[in-house]
Design a protein around this ligand. Structure first.
Ligand code: NDP
Length: 488
């Protein structure tokens, strides 16, 4: 069933027709009652909830909002998705060359301008056994949705080998763009032979002494154009039939790997300073597991050519249901399809503008996402005034402008800044390579407190002018709140 018809009287025969051809779907359908009159007796019901804020989620939000329906987008743990973890995008139609973060900001702002609400929280539980569907979030919000669009994307895979966890963030990473500057003049390896691995070479080669791609087959999976670009870097090398079997290190980080040659069946220990992983992705379907049928790899099973899952009212777009194409522009197109399918589903079940208004009036759950924009500390005097001579709790967020993890943390810090207003002050400090050399503000900090920021983002906590702790972890809003509470 590709699109719902807008008149409810056609639903019953349609369901019967679909049931004849799709037993799995009809089984699921028979357990649920889609009754819009009953919905009107309930509180905290939103027409459409979109889970995930990458190209799929935000494109869906744009279309749902333009259809005049209220929608909430849950930004999740990676606000604006995987494109914020890359540099330039050259294959987005109409944009010859655009930064991933810029493109996503543009799509987000366009969705907001038409009325989408972006919420910096993560959905932790969905129950599809009754309608409207019940939803809970990490921050304890609970409410209901008439339709859900799942756009949670995928997460980079890891090797699960000895040393990988131990040296995670200390030389083992999946984000070259975040960490490349920290490997200046060092030797690193990349595991993987796809486009992501090739892209890592482009990020790393300008910084490192040597970067070696370790490909497990006798050929790369990356596009030919990408392979050619890799080989143009004089300090980039490719080795075939190679797999990493273990990672070693010391207190300074990674120092060596065990490298297995699957052609000769030999293993050698070789020195290296960093291990970058680019071995594909796993769909982020944990939140919907057991609720919606998934395939053997965890991708959501879809109903024919539509963006509807096998549970009516639950739609999906992007990498959560696409193990094949995995392109941002495809995800965006699927987001649009999911929005059209979801709005058709709602109209087919009796939703209209009047019902939308009634649901709005009965919505009491707090979704305020207020923020305080962080003030940037630029001068030494500001460091003294706002940090070293200040009373109370002060947090400095050292960030880099091209660091995706930093981009992710800033809205979380802004939101916490609002939530803990009067109890804590949070400032940001730009720590890009071009400025950190000459800013005496950093030297003052190092001299007085003997601390060095080795990577970004880094949070430095001060109380009454005294340095307490540095933290490199990427935290959710809840985790950050709990972390800061302990200094109160
Ligand atoms: P891919 O699945 O395309 O490639 C994964 C690579 O990792 C393959 O070479 C695979 O080897 C290897 N691999 C998988 N598991 C292991 C393992 N356990 N040990 C060693 N090697 C392993 O993933 P990508 O993330 O590279 O790309 C995903 C999608 O995103 C693709 O569609 C790609 O085109 C797209 N993309 C596009 C970019 C662009 O256009 N600029 C940039 C980045 C990604 P094998 O071949 O043997 O399976």
């Amino acid at each position: 069933m590709i699109r719902y018809l807008k008149a409810s009287f056609v639903i019953a025969p349609l369901f019967f027709f679909a049931a004849c051809f799709n037993d799995q779907k009809s089984d699921i359908k028979s357990h649920k009652k889609y009754n819009i009159d009953e919905v009107l007796t309930q509180e905290n019901v939103v027409p459409v909830v979109i889970i995930g804020s990458g190209p799929a989620g935000l494109s869906a939000a744009l279309y749902v909002s333009r259809a005049g329906m209220k929608s909430f987008v849950f930004a999740g743990p990676t606000p604006c998705g995987q494109l914020t973890q890359t540099t330039y995008i050259e294959n987005w139609p109409g944009r010859e060359r655009v930064l991933g973060t810029t493109l996503m900001d543009d799509i987000k702002n366009q969705a907001i301008s038409f009325g989408a609400t972006i919420i910096h929280d993560t959905v932790t539980k969905i129950n599809v056994n009754s309608w409207p569907f019940a939803i809970q979030t990490e921050e304890g919000r609970s409410f209901k949705a008439l339709a859900i669009i799942l756009a949670t994307g995928a997460t980079p895979k890891v090797l699960n080998i000895p040393g990988e966890r131990e040296y995670w963030g200390k030389g083992v990473t999946t984000c070259a763009i975040c960490d490349a500057p920290f490997f200046k003049d060092r030797e690193v390896v990349i595991s993987g032979g796809g486009d992501s691995a090739a892209e890592m070479v482009f990020e790393l080669a300008p910084y490192v002494k040597k970067v070696t791609m370790l490909v497990r087959k006798d050929h790369m999976k990356a596009a030919v154009a990408m392979q050619e670009r890799v080989l143009k870097y004089p300090n980039a090398f490719v080795e075939y039939h190679k797999e990493i079997k273990a990672i070693y290190g010391d207190e300074s980080g990674v120092t060596a790997i065990d490298l297995y040659d699957n052609e000769n069946n030999t293993t050698k220990r070789i020195p290296t300073d960093g291990v970058f992983l680019a071995i594909g992705h796993t769909p982020n379907s944990a939140v919907i597991k057991g609720q919606v049928p998934l395939d053997d790899h965890g991708y959501i099973k879809m109903d024919g050519r539509s963006q509807e899952s096998l549970v009516p009212g639950i739609f999906a777009a992007g990498e959560i249901q696409d193990p094949e194409y995995r392109q941002a522009i495809v995800a965006a197109g699927e987001g649009v399809k999911a929005a059209l399918d979801a709005t058709s589903f709602l109209y087919a079940h009796g939703f209209n503008v009047e019902i939308g208004h009634k649901l709005d009036q009965q919505f009491f759950e707090s979704f305020s996402d207020e923020k305080i924009e962080l003030q940037e500390l630029l001068k030494n005097e500001e460091l003294y005034e706002h940090v070293l001579h200040a009373k109370g709790l002060v947090v400095l967020d050292f960030y880099g402008t091209a660091c995706p993890a930093c981009v992710k943390m800033i809205p979380i810090l802004e939101s916490i800044s609002h939530k803990m207003q009067g109890k804590i002050k949070i400032y940001k400090v730009r720590y890009d390579n071009d400025i950190k050399e000459y800013r005496t503000i950093f030297k003052e900090l190092w001299k007085k407190h003997d601390i060095q920021v080795k990577r970004v983002p880094a949070l430095l906590v001060f109380k009454d002018g005294k340095f307490l702790e540095m933290n490199y972890n990427i935290m959710s809003r809840k985790e950050l709140y709990e972390y800061l509470q302990k200094f109160m």
